[in-house]
Design a protein around this ligand. Structure first.
Ligand code: PLP
Length: 395
């Protein structure tokens, strides 16, 4: 059973990867400038200059045996302490190095966390739209997926449906704010309410229900939007973070898991995280980038450029008649497909060399995801093509 599942996962690429590969093929055929590839969330803004300087300094000045060697399994103490200090300073929290486990990005943070908290046959609740890989990660940990659709138009949590969906089988709930693909950011009031519902459910069912907060886009917010720090609102929180997007280094594979010390059983949970990391082979995250953390934990790429892209794309597409909610964060625009058939819309878009991702794999029909972490020039060049597409629907 397991081998067959792995084969089918390997054979069937995610719809995002499929489009990305198609885009590469088209670019080779007709020239990169003629393909409007909005398929993948690969940052287009370089890492900060100070980041590159620190990388050079470490490689040239520090002891190579230590820089390229094994670290302790959960990560180097100084890297973990630097993260705890940074979070405490920014969010007024009280974390220590012992609450942190360094990983190869958010994907590893999620698979390790889910393995640590899910027993076979338990359930994991996802809010749709969600990052498609959650289903793969949760099912691999032995969970059954329960989906709770978010409310249109703001993509807020449907608390009534959530309450109906929680049961004695619920092991974890995953949230992702700022959200891929909707760009929504949950408000403080929303997180507070979520925390209250989960606390009540823990009492009712006499068990832990973990809130796994997947936060690779935490720093990518616009118009002064604030992302509530989730451990303040719910003790059984696990934060899965990644530097992939904030520092534009997705290929370097570095991130962390944070367990909240406000959970009275956090040491047991942390032992489970270490055990899952060991069982899955995710010990000792990339050492070079652990060395980078003390200097770089606070840095971000120039996020204002994504904000400009958002304004440009959202403004132009709205003017053409398309409907979307203005994203508050991340770098995706979730566009309602006129006609409600996302797959058909994507095929029509391809005729104009526009590559966008249909929403069905995000657990929701009738939308497409447009990744605007591309150059502003690409967005500008794509607008006449979008206009032709709009004319097909709105003339
Ligand atoms: N979670 C979400 C919501 C994402 O969008 C991504 C990547 O795009 C990941 C997790 C995985 O992040 P990483 O590249 O750090 O593993």
């Amino acid at each position: 059973m397991n081998t067959e599942r792995m084969k089918s996962l390997g054979k069937k690429r995610s719809v995002i990867r499929e489009l990305f590969e198609y885009g590469n093929k088209r670019k080779a055929e007709i020239g990169a400038e003629n393909v409007f590839d909005f398929s993948i969330g690969n940052p287009s803004i370089p890492a900060p200059k100070e980041f590159s300087e620190e990388l050079c300094r470490i490689i040239t000045e520090e002891n190579p045996i230590s820089v390229h060697g094994y670290t302790s399994a959960p990560g180097d103490f100084f890297a973990r302490k630097a993260i705890a200090d940074d979070l405490n300073e920014r969010f007024g929290t009280d974390f220590s190095a012992d609450n942190l486990y360094l990983t190869c990005g958010a994907a590893a943070s999620l698979t390790v966390s889910l393995s640590a908290v899910v027993n076979d046959g338990e359930e994991v609740i996802l809010f749709a739209p969600y990052f498609p890989e959650y289903t793969v990660f949760a099912e691999t940990a032995g969970a059954k997926i329960v989906t709770v659709p978010c409310l249109w138009p703001d993509f807020d949590i449907d608390f009534e449906k959530l309450s109906e969906s929680i049961s004695e089988k619920t092991a974890a709930v995953i949230i992702n704010s700022p959200n891929n693909p909707s760009g929504a950011v949950f408000s403080e009031e929303c997180i507070e309410k979520l925390g209250k519902i989960l606390s009540d459910a823990e009492k009712k069912f006499g068990k832990k229900i973990y809130l796994i907060s997947d936060e690779p886009y935490r720093e990518l917010v616009y118009d002064g939007e604030k992302v509530p720090f989730v451990t303040k609102y719910y003790n059984d929180t696990i934060i899965c973070y990644s530097y992939s997007k904030s520092l534009s280094i997705p290929g370097e594979r570095i991130g962390y898991i944070l367990v909240s010390p406000k959970n009275p059983d956090w040491k047991e949970l942390y032992a489970g995280i270490c055990g899952a990391g060991r069982a899955l082979g995710f010990v000792c995250a990339p050492s070079l980038f652990q060395h980078m953390i003390p200097k770089c934990a606070k840095m971000t790429s120039d996020i204002s450029l994504y904000e400009q892209n958002r304004n440009l794309l959202y403004g132009a597409l709205s003017e053409m008649g398309f409907e979307a909610v203005k994203p508050k964060g991340a770098f995706y625009l979730f566009l309602k497909t006129p006609g409600n058939d996302a797959a058909e819309f994507c095929e029509r878009a391809k005729k104009y060399e526009i590559l966008v991702v249909p929403s069905d794999d995000f657990g929701m029909s009738g939308f497409v995801r447009i990744s605007y972490c591309v150059s502003a020039e690409q967005i500008k060049r794509s607008l006449p093509a979008f206009k032709k597409l709009a004319e097909e629907y709105f003339r």
